[in-house]
Design a protein around this ligand. Structure first.
Ligand code: BGC
Length: 462
């Protein structure tokens, strides 16, 4: 780099950060929509006079939509481009939020949340892909972690906004207000450049060169990067064929599925989607339940920084072991306190504290690390397919947890339900030991080589 390119490069850095921040707003939208229903459901239940089963359907219809959206997103973003997929997602965010606020019956609310789910599913697949494709090499990890962080911030903001609206019991405002950030996101996305990698996939070399020029500011870097992308594109994605033909690829796809099932069976979304209900069942009044939920959201944000700080230093497996121990203990004690019945204020506060301990355990381990691992274990030729399958699994898992929690509570009681999830977390220690590879500090090429050579899954990072 010489003195004349320096200001250009500095300007390009600003452009790339601005672009990334806009795309990362998809994470914020995602989080807002995950978080918003927990505080709204008690008022919806009251207004529509519906039972717990109907609430489970309202909560989980969004997750069904997200699973479908994630499954469609690979095709959409390949066919129409990353930018147009994000525009579609942002539009659906706005429409879905308005429809939720206007819902006239439980069924119409289920339909509206299905639309929102489609928006989230498309965003959940496309935004990280887009971020990875526009990020300079030395900032890629940080940009993807930022996206994860935005999700937790979105959840927290939704919890806060729900708390504010809970005083007037206005669930329509809770659900509808999200159309505003949705509209801002839509405006932002309209100004995004298309991904250079996608443009090259379509043979639109001049446009790709122009976009990369704006994002890098240095002609030599642009030429080098275009050559590298074209080199990669010579190896076309062939996920489905590879899946049918190659036993080793089937193993990594299965590991991606297992990791996401494990992440969901930790029970995290029991808390994310039902926290005010859990606090109410502990004996707290509405406003205390709402504030505790906001604290849950803040804790989730803050503990995510622990993962970002340590994942490349300590490694994946030690962090996962620690996380599962903390989660099992946290939920185990919550179950115990529920079993004994919380007669005193101290016992009730202890239960809240242990639920927070559980959330911390998740946010520094399985939360971010499962996503990291899922993107690291797939061979290049099958990456889009492998990551697509694990993303869909995440949402199917969330749906199952969301659609069964209240039923479990009503049928087996609070203590047994929390012990069930505590037990899962204990079992996942074994899963981590037996099947999870340590991928800290090894190149993706090395992981791929070991996988394809038939090394056992836990050894593909050695
Ligand atoms: C999980 C979501 C969860 C969120 C909570 C993510 O890693 O995939 O299901 O709602 O963490 O922060």
């Amino acid at each position: 780099m010489n003195a004349t390119t320096q200001p250009l490069v500095a300007h390009a850095r600003t452009t790339v950060y601005f672009t990334a921040a806009l795309a990362a707003l998809a994470g914020l939208m995602f989080g807002l929509d995950v978080g918003v229903i927990s505080g709204a459901q008690q008022f919806i239940q009251h207004d529509f006079a519906i039972d717990d089963r109907a609430i489970e359907h309202i909560v989980s219809s969004m997750m069904l939509g997200a699973a479908i959206g994630a499954a469609l997103a690979a095709w959409l973003s390949g066919h129409f481009g990353r930018k147009r997929s994000l525009i579609l997602s942002a539009t659906l965010f706005v429409i879905g939020s308005v429809l939720c606020a206007a819902a006239w019956s439980p069924d119409s609310l289920i339909g509206a949340r299905l639309v929102l789910g489609l928006a989230i599913g498309v965003a959940a697949f496309t935004a990280p892909l887009y971020l990875a494709e526009i990020a300079p090499e030395d900032r890629r990890g940080a940009m993807i972690s930022t996206y994860q962080l935005m999700i937790t911030i979105g959840i927290f903001l939704a919890f806060l906004s729900d708390t504010a609206f809970s005083y007037s019991e206005s669930w329509r405002w809770m659900l509808g207000i999200i159309a505003l950030p949705g509209a801002l996101f839509l405006l932002g996305v309209l100004s995004l450049p298309e991904s250079p990698r996608w443009l090259l996939m379509r043979g639109r070399r001049d446009e790709a060169r122009m976009v990369l020029g704006r994002l890098r500011g240095d002609a030599a870097v642009v030429t080098r990067e275009i050559a590298a992308i074209e080199d990669q594109l010579r190896m076309p994605q062939q996920g489905w064929q590879l899946f049918l033909q190659n036993r080793h690829f089937r193993r990594s796809v299965a590991l991606g599925i297992a990791l996401q099932v494990v992440q969901q069976l930790t029970g995290i979304n029991v808390v994310m989607y039902y926290a005010p209900r859990i606090f109410a069942d502990m004996g707290y009044a509405t406003s205390a339940s709402m504030w505790f939920t906001a604290i849950v959201g803040l804790t989730n944000v803050l503990a995510t920084f622990i993962a970002i700080g340590f994942v490349d230093r300590i490694g994946r497996k030690p962090i996962l072991y620690a996380g599962f121990v903390v989660m099992a203990v946290g939920l185990g004690v919550v179950g115990l306190l529920m079993h004994l019945g919380m007669a005193t204020q101290v016992e009730r506060l202890l239960a809240v504290g242990m639920l927070l301990v559980f959330v911390i355990g998740f946010a520094f381990s399985a939360g971010p690390l499962v996503w990291t691992l899922c993107s690291e274990i797939q061979p290049l030729k099958g990456r889009d397919f492998g990551i697509g399958v694990s993303t869909v699994t995440n949402w199917v898992g969330t749906m199952i947890v969301g659609a069964t929690f209240l039923t479990l509570l009503n049928r087996f009681g609070h203590a047994n339900t929390f012990w069930l999830y505590a037990g899962f977390n204990a079992v996942f220690l074994l899963f981590t030991w037996a099947l999870v590879p340590e991928t800290k500090g090894v190149t993706l090429e090395h992981i791929e080589q070991k996988l394809m050579d038939g090394a056992s899954l836990r050894d593909i990072g050695r």
